[in-house]
Design a protein. Structure first.
Length: 94
């Protein structure tokens, strides 16, 4: 390429002007507290620390926005009753 050869990220060369930069994350599975996890999977016990690390990395970048695709928290009885209350409230508004 002549002129601006672009920036190389992994196996992809990026050239031209970016309109915006954003991040996509999913499945953070945040726990109710640092020492409690309602998940049956041992790896999810580390979810809060892992999410803090991801957020710190995202904050270091010049992003326009971040999209979270879902599964923010691990489901628990406490969350289930709270979600049911909110669902009832939203249904009344519709």
């Amino acid at each position: 390429m002549r002129g601006n050869p672009g920036r190389r990220i992994g196996a992809v060369t990026i050239s031209g002007k970016h309109l915006l930069t954003f991040a996509v994350i999913a499945d953070t599975h945040m726990n109710q507290s640092e020492d409690t996890s309602s998940s049956p999977y041992p790896a999810n016990a580390l979810a809060n620390a892992r999410t803090r690390r991801v957020v710190a990395e995202l904050n270091r970048r010049d992003l326009e926005f971040v999209v979270h695709l879902g599964d923010l928290v691990n489901r628990s009885e406490e969350h289930t009753s709270e979600l049911q209350s909110r669902r009832k409230l939203v249904c009344r508004l519709l």
